[in-house]
Design a protein around this ligand. Sequence first.
Ligand code: 4AD
Ligand code: MG
Length: 431
Amino acid sequence: MEKIMIIDMPNHVGETVKIGAWLANKRSSGKIAFLQLRDGSGFVQGVVVKSEVDEDIFATAKAMPQETSMYVIGEVTKDERSSFGYELQVKGIEVIQEAVDYPITPKEHGVEFLMDNRHLWLRSRKQHAIMKVRNEIIRSTYEFFNDQGFVKVDPPILTGSAPEGTSELFHTKYFDEDAYLSQSGQLYMEAAAMALGKVFSFGPTFRAEKSKTRRHLIEFWMIEPEMAFTEHEESLKVQEEYVSYIVQSVLKNCKLELERLERDTSKLENIKAPFPRITYDEAIEFLHEKGFDDIQWGDDFGSPHETAIAESYDKPVFIVNYPIGIKPFYMQPHPERDDVVLCADLIAPEGYGEIIGGSERIYDYNLMKQRIEEHGLDEKAYAWYLDLSRQGAVPHSGFGLGLERTVAWISGAEHVRESIPFPRLLNRLYP
Ligand code: 4AD
Ligand code: MG
């Protein structure tokens, strides 16, 4: 008898198969038991009919607690009523282990309780669906950039520099030296772009941010493409094509998951390039019209501002040309204005906030040297980076997409803590 995964059941209708499974939930009467089985690949209902199995199998099915692990033997049948479309007519059950007081029952639980039990919470239907959406975003990211001729490059995690400012660094000792956990691989990706043309990274980044919001993680994953001979406007095109590609891939390949998440997919179907663009100046004007008196030209946006701006669009929106004073040292100044830089943040719809930050980079040696000094950065730590701007430097641009915010948006999860398997949050290092 063939051992299969639940996801492959459509190819085995009418056959008797074996699956390894856990009991997610069950319902039973005197004559029939309905087992909600899961095996990681999917969920399926197992039907145990008392008159058709040995007495002890029916007794086992009725008695076993939630999350019991087992092998199940049964015949795959079609079932039009379930969204999966298939069922298992159970013939045999071989229990591997009965779970002890499984804490996450089908009733409602508080967030802190669920977070304390994250190692188990991951098994629930909604969390399973979010992880599958995350996986599809990762898969389609590799597909998109490989198809476009980008080379995957892995920047270091232990670094001596801090591209996004020094206030949010995780400090550690590197033998006798000081080191920091990477907050962005960008500077290394710029070096790599000069070697390989178009590159992208995908890796963990760390920010010791004291923010406790639904958009902030201490450890998050970032996709950072960097492109030589590329101006800012060309980079925006890559960004909108990329984001459209991952949204359309999830719509195509995660139908069951989006249904389980009760995601309004009509809002996602519309996500196709091009995306609208507004300038920072226009955004400030718009916010003043909307009655936000708390923000002045030169301030950074907070989430209420981003949400208000995003509400006017049914697609992600680029806010371009931010004031030089609130952006990192490496951004290329605007050719006609010295108070703004060639950059953009991409704001997701539905209140999910900034999912991409990107810019054109300075490649003039003297300007770069001046900006490093102005920002009070350690010239020794940045010597190799500064060196790039005198070794055949070219216009280049790049961006960073935050994976968890993107997963939260596409899957409709209300908080980024649900879009990473084991979230690192302020005051939470376990499980
Ligand atoms: O805007 P950020 O800070 O940009 C950079 O790090 C650039 N060096 C990227 C580049 O140009 N190569 O971060 C990029 C994205 C944000 O738009 C956001 O989606 C995500 O990373 N992000 C976070 N996600 C979760 N938790 C946090 N604390 C985040 N901080 C940034
Ligand atoms: Mg940013």
